[in-house]
Design a protein around this ligand. Structure first.
Ligand code: S3P
Length: 439
């Protein structure tokens, strides 16, 4: 067995400039729409982490000629909406919920059969949220007790549905939108709450019409995606670790260049600013349909807050590291309305509360959130549960803890941020990796 741990030691103030890797959500979508497009697509700033590589390999397995990534550039020779070929093997999505849910929507509409699977974590994640609407559209899709592996029988004629989503989920929305590109008649999706809108924006980039009427998105099958050039901004979800690091380590002052600030993703900025953080957005500009900025983050003392539940979908992936900020704040921070955190790469409420308690913080897990009492972080050994964002969050906690923090099982950091440790070192954070084999 291979052991992959982090040891994070107390750090002095961090200063300097960094960039973070390309946005994970946008990278997945660029491969999907580039493959379905007519003509060539050039992608710059692609995230070559394991998750997006799983999506890229899936399309190669379906006969798409994809070159790269080479210095974050990928070139896709699109096969058109009806040009995918039956993959010879089961598609392995690894750790990636985005790959499996978006691919399921697309594959449900193909003429061939397919099967999707993943790693131990993915096999535990709920898929009824996609199999239900896809079945309503006429797909033949089977799960194992609502979880992967997913088996899809191709050759079904899909019809558009009018679907109101019970959860605010961009993966579910995107899954149905993808199936809707092939369905007879209109597909209408009404969102319960705002979720990230990268699929809608990217459809526009690829000249595919998508209409919005209030909270309802409407697509039909009458158009084609046209190849294009995509510049992917840095991932705010990866920047989040350093935004919190600079905020909680006294005397810090950093600049993170070229970070995506799509308003459906900036919940972390709103939450931290309300807690007292000092974050300035510089040089705001547009990259295609997406907005980016350079973020200046300076140390600031934080106070605990009751997090607005409307922020939950806008900060869904950043809560682990927001909880580290809460542990360093004066007073209590509460979060409600976030039960979705229990269905991510791990149960993030349980993983974070257990780890924070281990480091000496008073934290309570609630069914739909947490209660954290700010205090002094101490050293200890925490379990990441194989979840990349839990691992990186506790690595940041180690920078302000009184003694070193060991974080176990960090191999999946490579799913979203392969150069996390190197980037941390650029800022003089004291995070080391230990990798060894045991019998
Ligand atoms: C994602 C959507 C979110 C997020 C995930 C990426 C996407 O999941 O947590 O990391 O790329 O669409 P949900 O849509 O299930 O909330």
């Amino acid at each position: 067995m291979r052991i992959h741990n982090f040891i994070s030691k107390p750090a002095r103030s961090i200063k300097g400039e960094i960039t973070v890797p390309g946005d994970k959500s946008i990278s997945h979508r660029s491969i999907i729409f580039g493959s379905l497009a007519k003509g060539t697509t050039i992608i710059n700033g692609f995230l070559d982490g394991d998750d997006c590589m799983a999506t890229l390999k899936a399309f190669q397995a379906m006969g798409v000629n994809i070159e790269g990534p080479d210095e974050q550039q990928v070139v896709i020779y699109g096969v058109g909406k009806y040009g995918l070929e039956k993959p010879e093997q089961v598609i392995d999505c690894g750790n990636s919920g985005t790959s499996i849910r978006l691919l399921a929507g697309l594959l449900a509409a193909q003429s061939f059969d397919s099967q999707l699977t993943g790693d131990e974590s993915l096999l535990k994640r709920p898929m009824m949220r996609i199999s239900k609407p896809l079945t309503q559209m006429g797909a033949d899709i089977t799960t194992v007790d609502g979880k992967p592996p997913i088996t899809i029988r191709g050759g079904q004629k899909l019809k558009g549905i009018d679907y109101t989503m019970p959860e605010a989920s961009a993966q579910v929305k995107s899954c149905i939108l993808l199936a809707g590109l092939y369905a007879e008649g209109e597909t209408r999706i009404t969102e319960a709450g705002v979720s990230r809108d990268h699929t809608e924006l990217m459809l526009k980039n690829f000249s595919y019409p998508v209409h919005r009427s209030g909270n309802t998105l409407i697509v039909n099958s009458e158009s084609e995606c046209i190849g294009t050039e995509i510049d992917i901004p840095g991932d705010i979800s990866s920047a989040a670790f350093f935004i919190v690091a600079a905020t909680i380590i006294p005397d810090s002052d950093i600049l993170i260049r070229n970070v995506g600030i799509n308003p459906t993703r900036t919940g972390i900025l709103h939450i931290l600013l309300e807690m007292g953080a000092k974050i300035t957005l510089l040089n705001q500009r547009q990259l295609g349909e997406e907005w980016v900025a350079d973020l200046r983050v300076q140390y600031a003392p934080l106070k605990g807050i009751d997090i607005d539940p409307n922020m939950v979908p806008l900060a869904i992936d950043e809560f682990p590291v927001i909880f580290i900020a809460a542990a360093c704040a004066q007073g209590q921070t509460t979060l409600h309305g976030a039960s979705e955190l229990r269905f991510k790469e791990s149960d993030r409420i349980a993983a974070m509360v257990d780890g924070l308690k281990e480091l000496g913080i008073h934290a309570n897990a609630l069914d739909d959130g947490v209660l954290i009492e700010g205090g002094t972080l101490h050293g200890g050994i925490v379990e990441s549960r194989g979840d990349h964002r839990i691992a990186m969050s506790f690595a940041i906690a180690g920078a302000v803890a009184k003694e070193p923090v060991t974080i176990k099982n960090c191999v999946n950091v490579a799913t979203s941020f392969p150069l996390f440790v190197e980037t941390a070192k650029e800022l003089q954070l004291q995070i080391e990796e230990t990798v060894y084999n045991v019998q």
